[in-house]
Design a binder for this molecule. Structure first.
Ligand code: DGI
Ligand code: FE
Ligand code: FE
Length: 204
């Protein structure tokens, strides 16, 4: 339970974030922000906190990869061997750091949702699930397989939706051989197990 009584200036945050990311990334960010808001309405989460997490989730995306590694080292954020091989993965944990340091976000649930938005993780909180899913289904996304079904299921069963997203992501990563972060694999294993326990039918 978050007992902080913080007010967020979403307009100011939007203006700042816009300066640090390119135009396409900003459009994606707005899509994620409002998709987070819609999911928060459905699943009983703070609509404001969901928008803050959505607005800031990719705020470190435009930092060059070598600078990402340097910044992580400088600020004592761990860099795994997977992240060294695929430094773009670092925009997630670095984004949480930027959110805390530059946007004064102290809500640990928001910071964690930003940290895990790329890989996911087992046992995500409602807000973590919302950001993870919104990033994948926001209206401007058009490349992933099964988007129509995954978008519908997002509003029916978030755990099942995460099972499908992590399954498709691993399939995509295996097809384009890229190193797979342990956390991505753990997230898939966990949500696959939930799917199997519920004996749900495979929809796709
Ligand atoms: O930042 P975005 O493009 O909005 O989205 P994102 O942060 O979810 O990043 C998406 C990319 O990250 C997508 O191409 C899949 C990739 N990804 C997710 N998990 C892993 C991964 N890439 C590698 N190499 N390893 C992973 O475990
Ligand atoms: Fe991202
Ligand atoms: Fe994103």
């Amino acid at each position: 339970m978050n007992m902080e009584n913080v007010t967020y200036d979403l307009r100011k945050m939007e203006k700042t974030v816009k300066k640090y990311i390119d135009k396409e990334r900003f459009e994606h960010t707005q899509g994620v922000r409002y998709t987070c808001a819609a999911l928060a309405m459905k699943y009983g989460c703070s609509v404001t906190e969901a928008q803050v997490a959505g607005l800031l989730h990719d705020c470190a995306k435009n930092i060059p990869n070598d600078k990402k590694i340097k910044l992580c080292r400088k600020h004592h954020l761990s860099v795994s061997k997977f992240e060294l091989e695929s430094p773009y993965l670092l925009h997630a944990k670095l984004g949480a750091w930027v959110a805390a340091q530059k946007y004064n976000v102290s809500n640990v649930e928001i910071l964690s949702a930003i940290t895990y938005h790329t890989t996911g993780k087992p046992e995500m909180s409602t807000l973590e699930k919302i950001v993870f899913i919104a990033d994948y289904i926001e209206p401007k996304r058009d490349k992933a397989a099964h988007l129509d079904v995954i978008r519908r299921i997002a509003f029916e069963d978030m755990d099942e939706c995460i099972y499908l997203i992590t399954r498709d992501t691993l399939e995509y990563l295996n097809a384009n051989p890229k190193s797979i972060d342990d956390m991505t694999q753990h997230a898939y294993d966990y949500y696959k197990n939930l799917h199997e326990k519920k004996e749900l039918q495979e929809v796709i």
